[in-house]
Write a protein that binds this ligand. Structure first.
Ligand code: 9WN
Length: 465
């Protein structure tokens, strides 16, 4: 495959390679963007590898192995693995102070991100041309994936109801989504220590390097950093965090990925001849699918987020992009599917010229250009496309998957590889790029989509359809 845009995508990934020596080993990772994100992020890297596998297989393994080198002794795979020589991103390793709790030499954050890794690894395993190498890769990564999933199940679903709890908005990957507003509001700004506020004033730079109006607002940002400071003061003791955190939420997006990741891990375990783990992860997959299905609210027609802070059970009904993620986990029944499709094709909800905005256009909290409160992100488009393809018995779902694919590819080709995009709600004649540029995530997703769905340009059936 070689077109000027495809070559540009490869070049971005190439330019974002970052190598460090640690423990006498070279670690090669792909930064999200040199304009701001100078470290390795968990779900970005899982996605990068799905594009890299089509450029250079070794590079794709290295991306994954490098992320896994940040795995804590207790199984947690953190949301950031830091490059020690880079100090422009705040909060950096000095702020997180996770060294003692992690038990490893890599410097990392102390929270995780949507557990996309098993899905990515299943895809790599399928795509690797040298089958011997594929098995070596699987043997290396499988025990680490298993320990990550067991860690999440133990600490984040101790009640065993199938839904994991996230303890920071950043764990959702959709940082300032309106889904978190009512939970974050309970954290009084006056209770945030002065020193935390001072660190933010002195070091926050995303809103200076990026456009302030496109980034999370100050009040939210104070709470993000406060939560980190709090967990640090509890020495990253996850038992304490889970019982005492002021932010504990069962998120639909995170759990839909968890469901599908358990399916991937069950398949990988079976592939490796480990039927016991195969059965275990299959049972987790089914348990989460049922639990997601039951989060449907028939009045608002949304899958609800559950605030479980301090043992409460408060259902939140914000209409955001997370609402479509149960499709990705095949958790929606026929009635739910049709309700979701109605919203998806409604220009006042999600069918904007560059779909799909991260919050419904009709939502009172929709903001055209502010991060996860309005803009369109390639990663969530990917989930929606692949979610629709889960419903291949319904020609309308396949038709919409094809339309969404074309629009996503078109949006990237027209605007270049950016962090997120203007959903172009009735104002402009073409899309607009937002956030940081030369963005690996968008480049990798572009490459992945082109390879995976080559049939998009023809009218052949799409894979999975
Ligand atoms: C905080 C790297 C990450 C993505 C997230 C996105 C953004 C970080 C930030 O960038 O979050 O983790 O500093 O804003 O919200 O999804 O993984 O691209």
């Amino acid at each position: 495959m070689s077109t000027p845009v495809y070559e540009a995508a490869k070049e971005i990934l190439q330019n974002n390679i970052y190598e460090i020596m640690l423990d006498n080993k070279t670690h090669r990772r792909t930064l999200p963007s040199k304009e701001f994100y100078m470290h390795q992020w968990n779900w970005d890297s899982a996605t990068h590898a799905m594009g890299l596998i089509h450029i250079d297989e070794t590079w794709a393994y290295e991306e994954i192995l490098c992320l896994l080198s940040g795995q804590w002794k207790n199984g947690l795979i953190p949301h950031i693995v830091f490059n020690p020589a880079e100090n422009s991103y705040f909060p950096g390793p000095d702020f997180w102070k996770t060294e003692k709790a992690s038990g490893i030499t890599q410097l990392t954050s102390g929270i995780t991100q949507p557990p996309l890794l098993a899905i990515s690894i299943e895809y790599l395993y399928r795509e690797i041309k040298d089958r011997k190498q594929a098995d070596v890769f699987l043997q290396t990564v499988l025990p680490k994936l298993i320990s990550y999933h067991k860690h999440l199940k133990t600490y984040r679903d101790s009640e065993d109801n199938g839904l994991l709890t996230i303890i920071h908005p950043w764990e959702s990957g959709t940082d300032n989504s309106p889904r978190w507003d009512r939970v974050l509001e309970t954290i009084q700004l006056q209770t945030i220590p002065k020193r935390v506020k001072e660190s933010i004033r002195a070091q926050r730079s995303d809103n200076v390097k990026g456009v302030t109006a496109h980034r999370p607002i100050e009040k939210d940002y104070y709470r993000y950093i406060y939560l980190i400071d709090l967990y640090k003061s509890w020495h990253w003791d996850y038992k304490k965090i889970m019982s005492d955190t002021p932010f504990a939420v069962k998120d639909v997006l995170f759990n839909a990925i968890w469901c599908r990741a358990n399916c991937a891990l069950a398949n990988l375990s079976e592939q490796a001849g480990d039927t016991k783990h195969g059965e275990l992860f299959r049972s987790w997959e089914n348990q989460t699918r049922n639990a997601l299905h039951d989060l449907w609210d028939n009045e608002e027609k949304v899958f609800m987020t559950v605030d479980v802070t301090h043992g409460k059970k408060r259902y939140l009904k914000e209409n955001t992009i997370a609402n479509f993620l149960p499709l990705y986990a095949k958790a929606a029944d026929e009635k739910q599917l049709f309700e979701l499709l109605n919203q998806l094709v409604d220009p006042q909800s999600y069918w904007t010229p560059f779909p799909f905005p991260s919050t419904a256009v009709s939502h009172e909290k929709f903001e055209l250009t502010r991060y996860w409160r309005g803009p369109t992100w390639p990663i969530t488009n990917l989930f929606i496309i692949e979610g629709l393809l889960q419903y291949s018995d319904y020609p309308i779902a396949i038709f919409l998957a094809r339309e969404a694919l074309k629009k996503t590819i078109n949006m990237i080709e027209l605007n270049g590889f950016f962090e997120y995009y203007h959903p172009n709600f009735g104002k402009e004649s073409s899309g607009r790029a937002l956030g940081f540029g030369a963005f690996s995530w968008s480049a990798a997703i572009y490459i992945y989509l082109l390879h995976e769905y080559q049939s998009i340009k023809t009218n052949e059936p799409l894979p999975g359809a």
